[in-house]
Design a binder for this molecule. Structure first.
Ligand SMILES: Cc1cc2nc3c(=O)[nH]c(=O)nc-3n(C[C@H](O)[C@H](O)[C@H](O)COP(=O)(O)O)c2cc1C
Length: 137
């Protein structure tokens, strides 16, 4: 079987929201899923696109993701990338936070999921489905 062309690589913490969301996204895309808590060395050379995920603690993305991006920056620079952020703010504060982290990590296509939007049958926000649909192109 051919290797999937998309990888979802995430760092999650206490609630596992970023992990659960990553799993849902990877299933939607037929992508490979990597948890930076379990694996920090990942061969990304075969992927066309990488979807990154992180939660936020005190305005900051999680350290394992920051480290992975730094350690693999040359390889990542050759890929299409996007970022989802699991956080608690759903307002302007969430938008500003998302923008700041997107700039800090150097990943322009960032979205944030606060868990407060309208949900689908799988109990994920509809905007997660919108995000998945955009990753296919
Ligand atoms: C100590 C702590 C600090 C947090 N700080 C922020 C924050 O600055 N901004 C935010 O939007 N959410 C914040 N949150 C909420 C988490 O980012 C949110 O619950 C996220 O879904 C956690 O995902 P995870 O369980 O996969 O790590 C914080 C949560 C904790 C426990």
């Amino acid at each position: 079987m051919q290797q999937p062309t998309i990888a979802v690589i995430f760092a999650s913490s206490l609630t596992g929201k970023t992990r659960k969301t990553g799993k849902y996204i990877a299933e939607g895309l037929g992508a490979d899923l990597f948890d930076l808590k379990k694996q920090t060395i990942i061969n990304i050379s075969g992927y066309r696109k990488i979807v990154f995920g992180t939660g936020i603690h005190n305005g900051k993305p999680y350290a394992p993701l920051v480290k992975f991006l730094e350690d693999n920056k040359d390889e990542i620079a050759k890929k299409k990338t996007s970022l989802y952020i699991c956080c608690m703010y759903d307002d302007e504060k969430g938008e500003n936070q998302c923008e700041k982290i997107s700039e800090q990590l150097g990943i322009p296509n960032a979205v944030f999921f606060s868990g407060k939007g309208e949900k689908n049958e799988a109990d994920f926000e509809n905007i997660v489905d919108d995000f998945i649909a955009k990753q296919r192109v």
